[in-house]
Design a protein around this ligand. Structure first.
Ligand code: NAD
Ligand code: UFG
Length: 350
């Protein structure tokens, strides 16, 4: 079931997850508007999105802390719903510049909520990009949405604070419809190879690092620890194809559309978006080698501070309530990631 076509604003819409979601929403018949300050993305992405979908994307350059510009954007484009991707996301960096993380992520979200409240068209449907990092070190696996939360770094704490703010808002005003989506580990790229994850500098995350080793840009992978309590000793994560994740946002919007008129106890919802299956670092390396037909040299390095052994989602709630499950397998994740990496290297020479 789909809702009527909506005008949807994506904060952070030129970023990795936002850009893939923009394609899925536009192809589902919605009208997508992007709001981004390009602090971690390329403005050219909106032209690429147009190339992929054949439809224009209106992109507004702005910071989410600019409440007046946000309000004006919401009103001018008659926005019905907001998907809030904009934020800083590097766990390590959040430990060195925590105030910037709170200012950008928490203050930025408050500014967005103020703009939504003040806008004359009163858009009160919001999907928020949360993270599995809010669960901290798992007490049990798979992790369901009732698992206790305990963020272990400033980035994770910004996500928890925002979830709490959204909970307070939903309780105070039952006309809001809010979904907090806790992503597990997004990887892969759109089948066109035109958009994907292309971090500046040395990648922090496993998959872009592996892809850059395979393409010859980086020499070797450091595997952070092989003495975890996992089948091969390396860390296990729930990798989810970014296109599956993008489709999860469409499912969440449809769900919020169906929940109009629900009572105040049910106007905020939290869902895990993962596959329910964990893969180790070494399994990921092997799968990528097979997809790329390249070798990925690695050496075993010490554990990375703050890392956990294993993390994977219970997917039951999203399946039951959203009617959404991840469909693409590890091969599709690695194939699309490799295809994108080759395109990036060819087009940018890096
Ligand atoms: P990304 O960095 O590719 O995209 C974020 C976008 O937000 C960028 O385009 C950036 O320019 C923009 N942005 C940041 N601060 C802004 C501001 N103040 N005003 C306007 N625009 C701003 O990151 P992503 O991987 O696409 O992540 C999207 C969201 O999902 C983030 O909130 C992130 O914390 C969350 N998340 C990501 C992961 C992951 O592994 N990628 C996992 C869990 C949750
Ligand atoms: N790893 C390596 N070498 C690397 C990079 C990572 O061995 O160069 C290992 C890590 O130790 C871990 C696994 O690969 O075992 C995955 O690491 P990532 O950095 O790719 O992902 P994380 O699970 O640490 O964290 C990511 C995002 C967080 C998000 C979380 C959600 O960075 O923002 O997924 O589960 F919150």
């Amino acid at each position: 079931m789909t809702t009527r076509p909506l005008n949807i604003l994506l904060t952070g819409g030129t970023g990795y997850i936002g850009s893939h979601t923009a394609v899925v929403l536009q192809e589902a018949g919605h009208c997508v508007f992007i709001y981004d300050n390009f602090c971690n993305s390329d403005p050219a992405v909106s032209h690429t999105l147009q190339k992929i979908t054949g439809q224009p994307f209106k992109t507004i350059q702005g910071d989410i802390r600019d409440t007046a510009l946000l309000q004006q954007t919401l009103e001018t484009h008659h926005i019905d719903a907001v998907i809030h991707f904009a934020g800083l996301k590097a766990v390590g960096e959040s430990g060195t510049i925590p105030v910037d993380y709170y200012a950008n992520n928490v203050q930025g979200t408050i500014s967005l909520l103020q703009a939504m409240q003040a806008a004359s068209n009163q858009p009160k449907t919001l999907v928020f990009s949360s993270s599995a990092t809010v669960y901290g070190d798992p007490q049990y696996l798979p992790i369901d949405e009732s698992h206790p939360t305990k963020a272990t770094n400033p980035y994770g704490r910004t996500k928890l604070h925002i979830e709490e703010i959204l909970g307070d808002l939903a309780r105070a005003d039952n006309t809001w419809r809010i979904a907090c989506l806790r992503y597990f580990n997004p990887v892969g790229a759109h089948a066109s190879g035109l958009i994907g994850e292309n971090p500046n500098g040395i990648p922090n995350n496993l998959m872009p690092f592996v892809a850059q080793v395979a393409v010859g840009k980086l020499k070797q992978l450091n595997v952070f620890g092989d003495d975890y309590d996992t089948p091969d000793g390396t860390g296990v994560r729930d990798y989810i194809h970014v296109m599956d994740l993008a489709e999860g946002h469409l499912a969440a919007l449809n769900y919020l559309g169906r929940s109009v008129g629900a009572d105040s106890a049910t106007n905020i919802h939290t869902f895990n978006l993962g596959t329910g299956r964990g893969y180790s670092v070494l399994e990921m390396v092997k799968a990528f080698e097979s997809a790329s037909a390249r070798s990925v040299p690695f050496h075993i390095a010490p554990r990375r501070a703050g890392d956990i052994a294993s993390c994977y989602a219970s997917t039951a709630l999203a399946a039951e309530q959203l009617g959404w499950t991840a469909k693409r397998d590890l091969q599709a994740m690695c194939d699309s990631s490799w295809y994108f990496q080759q395109n990036v290297s060819t087009s940018t020479g890096r």
